[in-house]
Design a protein around this ligand. Structure first.
Ligand code: G6P
Length: 368
């Protein structure tokens, strides 16, 4: 297994560092500049059928559910389709009224999560078409969905998902582009998205340079018992995922929240021992998040900020600053995930936790 680790102390760190490559693999052969769209081999749905979808239901568990939350914003922005995101464990026992034109999209790294499988079967029973985004080729969910897209991220060994999450976000952006181009999205907008996607792996490569800074910040806060993770719009799911990563591998209590909603509860937790990690790259809601940061500062809470490389204003408010390359809003969850994964990793290592096999958790949950 020393060979498999390729010189890294843990699979999780190895998998974090694989992300420029796994992101390239997720888009390889799928970008069509001629048509300014994304193309897939296995959707098994005609353009006519895709155009007639009236709604999408995205279902998943854990980190894959966070990717679904990112996709909700992407599909709304590019394809102008109503999207609902449901925990698979909830969807399977609900009976929501849905038209036959509602498409189910199941997202699962392993393709074996029992709740996601049950939700898929329940929706199929009711006549809905289904797609699955899986990493494991030939997995049960990949076989049972009507069509699907593979991540091609290679085996993910670390129990806490890292590279699968960023690949899921990439594939979901491709699906949003594909659906958008069948509906309202212009040729020009499609081409712009393709340009942005093609530049993404290089930005993720640069984001990995935050490793030293993440280790340094981890050293300062590894003794804290509570963390808040805050972001808005595309970076609200990022905040949920950052908090989950910390919880899973370091056993520190962490809550992800929409940055403005924190004043309706979590702000009561803020004191000098409770750091808030703000995901605040420049974009549509930058100013708004700055105001939320000020509120935390005013209550004496330490602020760790994930910001763009040339940021000035957030950096003045924050105690700790981690800089990542600037990308378009919908790609920010992918680039900002990197320092959040690294921060959780280094805190867990400093606390002596078993990073690759955290207590009580399983890589694939096949019991209800
Ligand atoms: C488990 C794993 C998580 C994963 C979740 C969903 O809880 O520990 O890392 O996100 O299952 O798994 P899936 O394979 O369906 O993506």
């Amino acid at each position: 297994s020393q060979v498999e680790l390729g010189g890294f102390p843990h699979f999780m760190l190895k998998e974090i560092f694989e992300q420029p490559e796994t992101i390239r693999n997720a888009m390889r052969g799928r970008l069509d500049r001629e048509q300014a769209t994304a193309v897939f081999g296995g959707l098994n749905l005609e353009p006519r059928q895709l155009r007639s979808i009236d709604r999408m239901v995205l279902t998943a568990c854990g980190t894959s559910w966070h990717a679904a939350m990112v996709a909700e914003y992407m599909i709304e922005e590019f394809a102008r389709l109503p999207v609902e995101v449901e925990y698979a464990s909830e969807l399977r026992y609900r009976n929501p009224p849905m038209s036959p034109l509602t498409l189910l999209l199941a997202i699962t790294q392993s393709g074996e999560t029992i709740d996601t499988l049950a939700a898929l079967r329940e929706m199929k029973r009711k006549g809905h078409r289904s797609l699955a985004i899986c990493n494991v080729v030939g997995s049960t969910i990949a076989r049972e969905a009507d069509g699907g897209v593979y991540l091609h991220a290679g085996p993910e060994i670390g129990v806490a998902s890292t590279k699968a999450f960023t690949s899921q976000c990439v594939v979901l952006a491709l699906i949003a582009l594909h659906l958008g181009r069948l509906r309202h999205l212009s040729y020009e907008a499609g081409l712009r998205i393709i340009d942005e996607l093609e530049a993404l792996a290089a930005s993720v490569e640069k984001a990995l340079e935050t490793n030293d800074m993440a280790r340094h910040v981890a050293g300062r806060y590894a003794g804290c018992d509570n963390f808040l993770y805050l972001g808005r719009q595309y970076n609200f799911p990022t905040a949920l995922e950052g908090a989950l990563k910390l919880k899973e591998i370091s056993y520190i209590h962490a809550e992800g929240y929409p940055a403005a909603e924190m004043k309706h509860g979590p702000i009561a937790l803020v004191d000098e021992h409770t750091p808030s990690v703000f995901i605040v790259p420049q974009g549509a809601v930058y100013e708004k998040v700055l105001a939320n940061m000020e509120e935390i500062r005013a209550r004496g809470g330490p602020v760790i900020a994930i910001v763009d490389e040339d940021d000035e204003r957030a950096s003045q408010i924050a105690d700790e600053v981690i800089r990542v390359p600037h990308v378009a809003d919908y790609l920010q969850p992918i680039v900002t995930a990197i320092p959040l994964q690294l921060l959780a990793y280094h805190i867990a290592v400093l606390r002596g936790c078993d990073v690759d096999k955290p207590r009580n958790l399983a890589k694939s949950v096949t019991v209800e």
